[in-house]
Design a binder for this molecule. Structure first.
Ligand code: ATP
Length: 688
């Protein structure tokens, strides 16, 4: 025994056959508890064996030292112990058998320890499986049974490798080597398994497997990885946007800012908080109202930003803000670009519809001028509807041609296109022409006659020269347009109609309305889709195209083989002002075809007034000089007929003729009809 100050070391030898076995260790602890009543002293009493040091009153620790027979160990007190006690301890190790009282106390201690140990192991969250040297399971705690999804009694006495997937305990039994923290999956649990041999007296008497469930940790770590990945992605996104983005804490200090925001803050050279950008007032506003703000903020002289600040509230508590700023110049430029693109798209759409959109019905309308294409674009669009169309333009500009094309391009194309020249039909016949009559409605009505409107049912009626209709008939037409029904003269019941109405005029209807010669209500009824055809002189680029088209048509029709034109021919045509428009051009070309002996059209064959533009003004004078009244005095009617038969030959249209004679278009049409001179109209116009 050694004593040093308060320290005491007692050297003891274990003589018992099985060394310091469990029962003896329990008896030893029980003895010490009896001898040393002061628990504090006992707590500080240790057993030193080889290089290990354990508390003496811990049975498991003591037994785990595995002190064998004849081996020595040191009992170390940190307090001074009575010599008597020391002697009793020594005696205990020298005595051979335990006394009865010692025996009973030992059993109690052992029992207590075993139960405590069992409870502790059972309650462990880690699974524990113990096997004997034959790899038969001898112990399973509740956690292990749960991982294996079996009752403990189903596992006890079973071979471990038969009931535990990848048990490997037999390997541990074989090698005697510990396997530390090996990962394995058992029934959806991710487990870290430590397997160690149980060695006693140098022999492997069994093995123990300890399973630690790391499923939750695994899940958390996976989630953590995902969060990390997400964060990295978010960082990348925030870095790659050109907007300025930042997160602030509740004091406005930036806790995150992307590079662009960083650059701005550095430029501002002030405290790096959001207040330095939006001002203290706005900041207070956000905090108090919990509202988002979106403002154009001029940060410095050069730059302003569309700034959006969203407050972050958690459980009604203000936690900070998310700020995004978009350079306003960028947006302005973008808006300008969008505007430009929109304009371009519109232009391209229009161009496209001009080139592609026309129905085949429009292909016979020759011309490439913008003005004509604009008119055709409207015509092609309106063809698909049932709207009333009014076509205006000088005589010979192609009003009827367009009206027909609209009909041909419409769903009505398989039904009739009925043309009514309102200037050519005498007013007294007009009503019966338009609306028809019942048998016996008036003298001479021997049978029922269907009017043009009726004939055009399901098709199109084209009322040419609508401006020449009497006010009375205008009212009747208006009724048809409103009611979509006609009543034959002498008829009793109205007839329902489905007619598409297209009207045309060379007159200024608006002016006529102002003058009271055209009904205002009808004017607005008709003016739904106006299409204006420009005169040929306003689209001279179409002349070569038209001439070429007429050349081909006439070659085919007249069996000729005119191949081209003399130099200067086209120029002469283009410098003429074509008062009779395309009809006049068509007639001139046809006349040249008749005159041509060669394969080309020559300038010398052109009418004098076309090849010599300076003579055009003299034409009227020459015409006037040509009137010959003779020596006989005739009746006024006969003179009138002579005047009309002379004059109408020199003008290609009623309109021009009327202008030349200083009368209305209507009167001119009436007189020509009256004297049956229609076949002479424009006859000498080219011949002059
Ligand atoms: N763009 C064109 N392409 C080919 N031929 C055309 C074109 N425009 C008109 N024409 C032809 O010119 C002639 C006159 O056309 P249309 O009768 O349609 O004119 P309009 O304006 O109705 O005349 P008006 O007012 O005297 O009745 C027709 O033979 C027609 O085929």
């Amino acid at each position: 025994m050694e004593k040093g100050g308060d320290f005491m070391f007692i050297k003891l030898t274990v003589y018992k056959k099985n060394g310091l076995h469990v029962r003896m260790a329990a008896a030893f602890i029980s003895l010490l508890q009896n001898l040393i009543q002061n628990k504090e002293i006992l707590k500080k009493t240790y057993v030193l064996y080889q290089d290990k040091k354990v508390q003496v009153n811990n049975l498991l620790s003591l037994v785990s030292l595995k002190i064998g027979q004849g081996e020595e160990f040191i009992l170390h007190f940190e307090e001074k112990i009575d010599d008597q006690i020391v002697q009793q301890i020594k005696d205990f190790f020298e005595q051979t058998d335990l006394e009865d009282s010692q025996q009973a106390e030992t059993d109690r201690l052992l029992m207590e320890n075993s139960i405590t140990l069992h409870e502790a192991i059972s309650a462990l969250p880690n699974g524990i499986v113990v096997v004997n040297s034959d790899n038969i399971i001898t112990y399973v705690n509740a956690a292990a049974a749960k991982f294996l999804e079996k009752d403990p009694h189903e596992l006890i006495n079973q071979r471990a490798d038969e009931v535990i997937p990848h048990s490997r305990l037999h390997e541990v039994l074989k090698t005697g080597k510990m396997e530390l923290s090996k990962k394995q999956e058992i029934n959806h649990h991710t487990l870290l398994t430590t397997r160690s041999p149980i060695i006693f007296n140098g022999k492997t008497i069994g093995a123990v497997a300890i399973f630690q469930d790391i499923s939750t940790i695994e899940k958390i770590s996976k989630e953590l990885n995902e969060v990390k990945e997400l964060q990295q992605r978010l960082n990348l996104v925030l870095k790659s946007v050109s907007d300025l983005i930042g997160l602030t804490d509740k004091n406005g200090n930036f806790i995150y800012k992307n590079d662009e925001m960083d650059v701005l803050l550095k430029k501002l050279n002030s405290v790096p908080n959001i207040q330095s950008i939006i001002g203290q007032h706005e900041w207070e506003n956000i905090k108090n109202t919990q509202n988002q703000i979106m403002k154009l903020i001029q940060v410095n002289q050069q730059s302003s930003y569309i700034t959006k600040i969203n407050p972050i509230f958690v459980d009604d508590e203000f936690r900070g803000t998310v700020a995004t700023m978009t350079p306003f110049d960028d947006i302005k430029k973008l808006l300008e670009k969008i505007d430009l693109m929109e304009q371009r798209t519109k232009y391209l759409e229009m161009e496209l519809s001009k080139h592609q959109g026309f129905d085949e019905a429009f292909h016979k309308i020759i011309g490439n001028s913008e003005t004509l294409k604009d008119s055709l674009t409207i015509a092609a669009k309106v063809a698909k509807t049932n709207s009333t169309v009014i076509i205006t333009g000088e005589s010979g500009t192609g009003k009827e041609l367009i009206a027909k094309a609209i009909h041909e391009a419409s769903d009505r194309k398989n039904n009739l296109f009925i043309r009514v020249n309102c200037a050519a039909i005498p007013p007294q016949l007009m009503e019966s022409e338009l609306f028809g009559y019942e048998k016996g409605a008036f003298t001479g009505a021997y049978k029922t006659h269907r009017g043009k409107f009726e004939l055009a049912n399901k098709g199109t009626i084209f009322l040419d020269e609508i401006g020449d209709l009497s006010l009375d008939l205008q009212a009747k037409i208006l009724r048809v347009l409103q009611e979509r029904e006609v009543e034959r003269i002498g008829g009793y019941a109205p007839i329902q109609l489905d007619v598409r109405v297209i009207v045309a005029t060379h007159r200024d209807l608006k002016k006529m309305v102002d003058e009271g010669s055209f009904r205002e209500d009808l004017y607005y009824r008709l003016n739904v889709v106006p299409i204006h055809l420009p005169p040929l002189r306003a689209r001279k680029e179409d002349i070569p195209l038209l001439v070429e088209a007429f050349r081909k048509q006439l070659n085919a029709r007249l069996g000729k083989n005119i191949k081209g034109y003399e130099k200067g021919f086209m120029e002469a045509l283009c410098s003429y002002h074509w008062p009779g428009n395309i009809r006049e051009l068509q007639n001139v070309i046809e006349r040249l075809f008749n005159l041509a002996d060669e394969e080309i059209l020559r300038c010398k064959d052109l009418p004098y007034y076309i090849s010599n533009p300076q003579c055009q003004e003299n034409k009227k004078i020459m015409q006037k000089q040509n009137i010959n009244f003779g020596n006989e005095v005739l009746t006024f009617k006969e003179y009138e007929k002579q005047i009309f038969s002379f004059a109408c030959q020199y003008y290609p249209s009623y309109n021009q003729l009327a202008k030349a004679l200083g009368i209305t278009h209507k009167t001119a049409a009436k007189k020509i009809r009256e004297y049956g001179l229609e076949h002479l109209v424009g006859k000498k116009y080219q011949m002059d």
